[in-house]
Design a protein around this ligand. Structure first.
Ligand code: ADP
Length: 400
């Protein structure tokens, strides 16, 4: 079965065409700056990528270009749209309605729309993607895969904020988490890698990319996660600050004369590695600068690893132990220095990183010592494949 996986952002449309049975990516690409005069479309697999400058006024026009590139020209992957069996959409906010992926119908669309209040840019973008597909591939089965649904198993003591209860009742303010598709994928892959049932393990998953989040998965059930009502909470990230004293927000507004929207922008786009180092949100740049003696780059590096270390401690406490710690995404998969800093000093907790294995590169791998009580794994994430798989499963369910 071929599934077109779509990830629509407010001005972008990312896609992969995946054959589920053979686990192959048949084509992929991204339309960027959709709606602006500088829109362009990158299409093709790594060794055969074409960049096309193309006007795209909206997601509907972007979708038309994607479908054209998939079915014609030098980058053609299929003969006709009939070869796309179903479409899987990434949707950021599923709120309280969706604790799993679902086939899209009118009711699902209106709930995604209603939830846009909690994630305005993201859910509206997903709807644009869904509408474009409905227009250009009418009748094609579509599935919504939510970033939040994996965390619907959290108990109220984990997802409630100690604010007046009425705010929860009135505005649904609570922790929803994010990156759920990635955490679900890497936890399952970790169990498969160790050849043990997911239900038997206490796992801490760390998705460390530009956006960073961690979660505690106790015997297959997500019991806590670091992102909150929005993806701003929790760990220090590339440009996001993560958890800070909430009183800082009114303080900055008052002393810097900023509006709520401006402080929100500052915390989302000008903080984290970028804000502390003053150089970049890219950990590679920060690492090079820190090695050259740049003090703020070194501070950014230290703060980032400290932030991850603290969550490991929290999650060991809430689960009463840990069997496996999994690292994933750009930093988790590639940065041996960051991994070393995260795990330094955790030996008394039975967590021992093997310094030689840590330096090796590759796919799924174990990097803890043979006598470490806790296994440390690196598992490359693959959210697109997970979306394709959910789509496949729901289609199959529909046929059964
Ligand atoms: P996104 O959240 O945008 O999907 P990624 O998972 O691609 O992000 O991660 C991006 C981050 O990974 C960047 O900070 C980048 O510097 C970091 N990264 C990628 N490769 C390396 C590497 N070899 N060493 C250190 N950091 C890396």
């Amino acid at each position: 079965m071929n599934v077109l996986v779509l990830n629509a952002g407010s001005s972008s449309l990312k896609y992969q065409l995946i054959n589920v049975e053979s686990q192959t990516v048949m084509a992929k690409g991204i339309c960027e700056r959709v709606g602006s005069g500088e829109a362009f479309h990158k299409h093709g697999l790594d060794d055969n990528e074409h960049v096309i400058d193309a006007p795209m006024r909206d997601h509907n026009e972007a979708m038309a270009l994607v479908l054209e590139a998939l079915t014609s020209g030098p980058t053609k992957a299929i003969d006709s749209l009939d070869e796309i069996d179903a479409i899987g959409h990434r949707v950021v906010q599923g709120g309280k309605y969706f604790d799993r992926s679902v086939l899209i119908d009118d009711d699902v669309v209106s709930k995604i729309d209603e939830l846009a209040e909690l994630a305005p840019l993201h859910n509206k973008a997903a709807l644009m993607g869904i509408n474009a597909c409905r227009e250009q591939m009418p009748g094609k089965p579509m599935v919504a895969v939510f970033d939040t649904s994996f965390f619907q198993t959290l108990l109220p003591k984990a997802y409630m904020y100690p604010l007046p209860y009425e705010l929860y009742e009135k505005h649904s303010i609570r922790k929803y988490g994010a990156h759920g598709t990635s955490h679900r994928y890497i936890a399952q892959r970790a169990a498969d890698f160790l050849d043990e049932p997911l239900d038997d393990l206490k796992i801490i998953t760390c998705h460390l990319g530009n956006g960073c989040s961690m979660s505690a998965i106790d015997h297959g059930v997500a019991i806590d996660t670091s992102m909150g009502l929005t993806p701003l909470d929790g760990l220090m990230m590339g440009t996001r600050c993560g958890a800070i004293d909430p009183a800082i927000v009114p303080f900055i507004m008052e002393h810097e004369g900023l509006t709520a929207a401006e402080v929100n922008d500052l915390m989302n786009k000008q903080s984290g590695l970028l804000g502390i180092s003053g150089l970049s949100n890219d950990l590679r740049t920060v690492r090079t600068a820190s090695e050259e003696g740049h003090e703020r780059a070194q501070l950014a590096y230290d703060m980032y690893s400290y932030s991850v270390k603290k969550y490991i401690g929290q999650y060991i406490a809430v689960m009463g132990g840990v069997d496996v710690i999994v690292l994933s995404a750009g930093v988790g998969e590639n940065c041996d220095k960051m991994r070393r800093m995260i795990f330094t000093g955790l030996q008394p907790l039975g967590i021992k990183l093997d310094l030689e294995k840590n330096k090796l590169r590759g796919g799924e791998r174990e990097i803890s010592t043979d006598d470490s009580e806790v296994q440390i794994l690196v598992i490359p994430t693959n959210e697109e494949y997970m979306i394709a798989l959910d789509t496949f499963d729901l289609m199959f369910e529909g046929e059964a």
